[in-house]
Design a protein around this ligand. Structure first.
Ligand SMILES: Nc1nc2c(ncn2[C@@H]2O[C@H](COP(=O)(O)OP(=O)(O)OP(=O)(O)O)[C@@H](O)[C@H]2O)c(=O)[nH]1
Ligand SMILES: [Mg+2]
Length: 196
């Protein structure tokens, strides 16, 4: 997809702060540090649009980015970040669940997993939830640059087999691999969302 504009639009640290949607939204979910914010930057070809960090827990609230004045990418805060307090985790859960349960403009989700780890219980639970709500989603195996070619091929086919019939895309935010397929999926999900 050609990116004419990609801009920070809003951030929300509580359900009350979530703004009314402007466009169809595609949210990126996954464990802390899996590479959600990095993927947004690579997809939009903006190096510092979304804040990224080596330290897990970088993205705190929901962060909304407006793309080409036609769709919104939503960077969700990651889960599985052990050093957060109980209270912070409860607030995180409330925020993300509220968003997922109420956002009518949510056209689809990219569920990110590290290609070396694959999905764990939280991701499988999220996938079941999305299925039960009829929200379309695709798996994105991130950090493909971390594996040698032969190991990557094996890891990808294991994931595809395990997660079938859901789509499994594979990306590297370092090498820029897999971005066209991610955009193609996003555009199709947005088009479906508009139809339905
Ligand atoms: N090698 C490699 N490193 C990556 C890739 N994507 C992200 N990283 C690194 O992984 C770390 C975490 O990336 P983020 O994009 O901040 O992760 P996040 O999922 O947004 O994390 P939270 O905001 O904490 O939920 C950073 O050090 C990134 O540079 C990738 O494709 N390849
Ligand atoms: Mg982040």
């Amino acid at each position: 997809m050609r990116i004419d504009s990609a801009e920070f639009w809003a951030a929300a640290a509580s359900p009350e702060a979530i703004p009314p949607a402007r466009h169809a939204e595609i949210a990126l979910a996954g464990r802390s540090n899996v590479g959600k914010s990095s993927l947004i930057n690579k997809m939009t070809k903006r190096r510092r649009l979304a804040r990224t960090s080596r330290t897990p827990g970088c993205t705190r609230g929901l962060v909304f980015f407006e793309i080409n004045s036609e769709l919104t990418l939503v960077d969700l805060p990651g889960y599985g970040y052990a050093s957060r307090s109980q209270q912070e985790r409860a607030a995180w859960k409330r925020l993300v669940e509220y968003y997922l349960e109420t956002r009518e403009e949510l056209a689809g989700m990219l569920v990110l997993v590290d290609v070396r780890r694959g999905p764990e219980a939280e991701e499988m639970e999220l996938a079941r939830f999305l299925e039960s709500r009829g929200i379309s989603y695709a798996w994105v195996a991130t950090k493909s640059d971390k594996l040698k070619r032969s190991k990557l091929a094996a890891a990808r086919s294991r994931l595809s087999e395990r997660l079938a019939p859901a789509r499994v895309l594979s990306t590297s935010a370092v090498k820029g691999e897999g971005l066209d397929a991610v955009w193609a999926w996003v555009e199709a999900a947005v088009a479906d969302g508009l139809d339905g």
